[in-house]
Design a protein around this ligand. Structure first.
Ligand code: DQA
Length: 151
């Protein structure tokens, strides 16, 4: 099935270190492993995956602006989840439907991780399923697009 969707897969700060970064919290898969798995699922669902990681808030915002023709966004904003009004505004500004994903369950950790500036401008949030959160995120956004466009 070819949907013709382009899904922007965004990874925030420190996620380039996945594989070695606190593996007890974030697992042992590298970012390349995750991008490969998400791309394979995208192929299955007929969606092109465009992956981008940055440790810089501005670069992530520029990437959202530069891809404002994308069908959907799957984003792990990492620490910017809890701090970035600018990233929230960028998602709102382009009006692209977005799903927020996290490897860990941000609601079962430190108090400051429970607050997401990004969640209010997303369709929903998937948190706590390790790398599988990303796969659930892609399924969720494609299902949302199929249903929304079908209406
Ligand atoms: C994270 C959770 C954030 O609180 C943290 O700052 C991260 C990763 C996750 O995927 O579990 O960098 O987004």
């Amino acid at each position: 099935m070819k949907t013709g969707y382009t899904i922007l897969l965004l990874h925030g700060p420190n996620l380039n270190l996945l594989g070695t970064r606190e593996p007890d919290v974030y697992g042992t898969r590298t970012l390349d492993d995750i991008n490969r798995e998400v791309t394979a699922l995208g192929e299955e669902l007929g969606a092109d995956i465009k992956a981008f990681q940055s440790n810089s808030e501005g670069a992530l915002i520029d990437c959202i602006h530069d891809n404002r023709d994308a069908s959907g966004i799957v984003i792990n904003p990492a620490a910017f989840t809890h701090t970035s009004v600018a990233l929230m505004d960028a998602i709102k500004a382009v009006g692209i439907p977005a799903v927020e994903v996290h490897l860990s369950n941000i609601h079962s950790r430190e108090e400051f991780r429970k607050k997401s500036f990004i969640a209010p401008v997303c369709i929903g949030q998937i948190s706590g399923f390790g790398a599988f959160s990303y796969l659930l995120g892609v399924r969720a956004i494609v299902d949302y697009l199929n249903n929304r466009i079908g209406k």
